[in-house]
Design a binder for this molecule. Structure first.
Ligand code: AMP
Length: 209
């Protein structure tokens, strides 16, 4: 199954994706994680995008589209994939149509207050990218990932100034994708306010699983 996870930053797309990968047995493709790995490796891509991402802005369409286009040529996506954080603009969605089909778009519906609560406490593993929360889902040992032992840290773009920018960018550039995909009959809305196990139930129900 080929899915897009669409929603504001902090809606829980990455957290549900970890469960959805197990349910559907397809890989999660997170453009944000790919960019963060490139930044950690100080690759040319990483050096190019670091300041943009830290400021909460979007990487340019051309760079992002090329990255996803290349990723979708790899063998592990034969049976499908979950696109987490792509597309984020109408031009990205239009480009995607030229190199892949999509079965469904899961729209994570959550008010701004929920987003702020999640982003305010979000902690991420620097190595495997697993998401924790300072109150709701702490790592067993402070700042150490339960899954891989990596360092758990606060993303630079989860700091308050960047969060405001990301929400603004979401409203202006990404939210129009809701109507774009609704008009194509691909959109499935799920209530993203509850805890992840409950969201996973809605997710399976929405897909008829
Ligand atoms: P995420 O981990 O999905 O929240 O993404 C983190 C950051 O990576 C975003 O705030 C953007 O700066 C950048 N990014 C991720 N996906 C995209 C995309 N599809 N288009 C442009 N920038 C992106």
């Amino acid at each position: 199954m080929k899915l897009i996870f669409l929603g504001p930053p902090g809606a829980g797309k990455g957290t549900l994706a970890v469960k959805a990968v197990e349910i559907l047995n397809v890989p999660q493709i997170s453009t944000g994680s790919i960019f963060r790995s490139a930044i950690a490796a100080q690759s040319p891509l990483g050096l190019k995008v670091k300041a943009i991402i830290d400021a909460g802005k979007l990487v340019d369409d051309e760079t992002t589209i090329e990255l996803v286009k290349e990723r979708l040529t790899q063998d592990d996506v034969k049976n499908g994939f979950i696109l987490d954080g792509f597309p984020r603009t109408i031009p990205q969605a239009q480009a995607l149509e030229t190199f892949s089909t999509i079965d469904k778009v899961i729209n994570f519906d959550i008010p701004d207050s929920g987003v702020l609560e999640r982003l305010g406490g979000r902690r991420v593993c620097r190595m495997c990218g697993f998401n924790f929360h300072a109150i709701f889902n702490k790592p067993s040992k402070e700042d150490v990932c339960d899954h891989c032992g990596g360092e758990v840290y606060i993303r630079d773009d989860d700091k308050p100034e960047a969060v405001q920018k990301r929400l603004e960018v979401y409203r202006e550039q990404t939210a129009p994708l809701i109507d774009f995909y609704r008009e194509k009959g691909l959109l499935l809305d799920i209530d993203a306010s509850p805890m992840v196990d409950e969201i996973a139930v809605s997710f399976k129900k929405a897909l008829g699983l």
